[in-house]
Write a protein that binds this ligand. Structure first.
Ligand code: ATP
Ligand code: MG
Length: 460
């Protein structure tokens, strides 16, 4: 408080600083109950309180409980510094982050993030703890503050609701409850200033709008189209993290729509929006990703990226083959090119990149299997992903010669039928490019040397 007063006298307070008004809701007037909070989070809150600190549940955990959703994690805010949190939890606790220092408290497999109340800081306060670039972007965000100040620097009003473990009250600083009621996202403070401080907030707006089915309040949505370029200054690692969250939001279909509506797509994916069957492939991939998340299954980011870049890969491939490169190296090189172009915006781990290439490079092999390779292909590590990819390509309307359906049939067949399918495949080997035979073998792709328009040819 005193520091704030001194800052104000020195004229350091940013002019757009929002003035928040605290509204405390008694425990009987809100629906949040300890039973709905993970026991790890409850223990963390109590341990902090018993050690003499303030301890609140904040962020997505509180927001999602108020909306009747299951929070994916619980964040704790406290007046204890990360070092003090470490003292309380000892070996269970690890201090992480540089740009944003916080404590991770571990309970078995669950990790509770414990963040110290932070203050907004202006450029002049530079040295060491907080740093802002000349154009207002926050570079380091480690100036400790009061809970009011902590609320001011959070992004959306619905993310600035605090549940107090001391008396089970709910503290609403920014009118977040009213916005939950209206199902809208509203930035705290002046939207443009808040996006300039941290452009990733634009992507967070899209993610929460999709995930919660909220609208963007007018003043919060309006600047995004104008300010998208600011994302170009964000590190590819941070954008990878954020795109990852967009992808596993469980609403990636809606996310893709909103990214286009707010003209942010090209800032994450510089090779542009796919069109034609590639656009349908991406939409189908988004649907199946969302379905997998709804079913609590794992999702593979490589698969998503493979679908997203498939159209561009085919163009590059066609160009290389036109220039006389043989199909196999052309496909490899095209893959290399589209991946490295993408990594200028979002980092892609080496493992993810390898998986993407495996999925792509298996497509021509699945579209032109030799009978003797069939069983070997089936047990390859990437078969499942590559097969799923082929099936989605087929569903998107791409001409795959019906091989997706063939592989489905083969896998479902008993050994007798499998042997029959292989014999039919053997026979069809001689009829290059013929129509589907009566025994259900799709036409083989003609083995061309020359270019094939926008489609990888057989890899052999
Ligand atoms: P979820 O965990 O469901 O994705 P969340 O709201 O909890 O959503 P986190 O990224 O876990 O999001 O962040 C926790 C809280 O920290 C947010 O609710 C918000 O109050 C604050 N926060 C996170 N990132 C930012 C940011 N870039 N700018 C301002 N506040 C932020
Ligand atoms: Mg969270």
């Amino acid at each position: 408080m005193i520091k704030r007063l001194i800052d104000r006298l020195r004229g350091r307070t940013p002019p757009t600083r929002p003035v928040l008004k605290l509204n405390v809701i008694a425990r009987e007037n809100h629906p949040i109950s300890r039973r709905d909070i993970s026991s790890a989070a409850v223990k963390t809150l109590y341990r902090l309180r018993d050690s003499g600190f303030d301890a609140f549940l904040v962020g997505g955990g509180v927001r999602d409980l108020l909306l009747g959703l299951h929070p994916k994690d619980f964040d704790v805010a406290t007046d204890a510094t990360p070092e003090q949190v470490k003292q309380v939890f000892g070996g269970q606790c690890q201090i992480i982050g540089r740009r944003f220092r916080l404590a991770h408290v571990r309970f078995g497999r669950e990790i509770i993030e414990v963040a110290t109340f932070r203050a907004h800081h202006s450029q002049a306060e530079g040295e060491g703890h907080g740093r802002t670039s000349d154009d207002g972007m926050i570079l380091r965000d480690n100036v400790w503050g009061s809970i009011e100040e902590d609320a001011e620097r959070r992004d959306f009003t619905v993310n600035a609701l605090y549940y107090n473990i001391a008396d089970f009250t709910l503290w609403d600083f920014a009118g977040g409850l009213a916005d939950i009621e209206k199902r809208q996202l509203r930035l705290i403070g002046d939207p443009e200033t808040r996006y300039r401080e941290d452009p990733v907030r634009m992507l967070r707006a899209i993610r929460f709008a999709a995930k919660l089915d909220f609208s963007l309040e007018q003043a919060t949505g309006e600047p995004i189209r104008r300010l998208g370029d600011l994302l170009d200054d964000i590190s590819s690692h941070r954008l990878y993290d954020e795109s990852q969250k967009l992808l596993v939001s469980g609403h990636s279909g809606r996310v893709l729509e909103l990214l286009q509506e707010y003209d942010l797509f090209r800032h994450l994916f510089p090779q542009g929006i796919p069109d034609g069957t590639s656009a349908r492939l991406l939409a189908l991939t988004a649907d199946s990703t969302d379905q997998r998340i709804a079913d609590d299954k794992s999702v593979n980011p490589a698969f998503f990226y493979a679908a997203l870049l498939w159209g561009r890969l085919q163009e590059q491939y066609a160009r290389l083959v036109d220039d006389g490169m043989p199909p196999v190296p052309a496909l490899q090189q095209a893959g290399q090119r589209v991946i490295s172009r993408q990594t200028t915006r979002t980092a892609i781990t080496r493992f993810t990149a390898q998986t993407m290439r495996d999925i792509w490079e298996m497509q021509p092999r699945l579209e032109n299997p030799r009978p003797r390779q069939v069983d070997a292909l089936l047990v390859q590590q990437r078969f499942r992903a590559a097969y799923d990819f082929l099936v989605l390509r087929e569903a998107s309307g791409e001409d795959t010669g019906g091989w997706g359906a063939w592989w489905t049939r083969y896998q479902d067949a008993d050994p007798g039928l499998q042997a029959e399918l292989l014999r039919a495949l053997e026979k069809s080997g001689s009829s290059d490019g013929g129509a589907s035979s009566s025994n259900g073998t799709p036409s083989r792709k003609p083995r061309r040397r020359g270019p094939r328009k926008r489609k990888p040819a057989a890899a052999e």
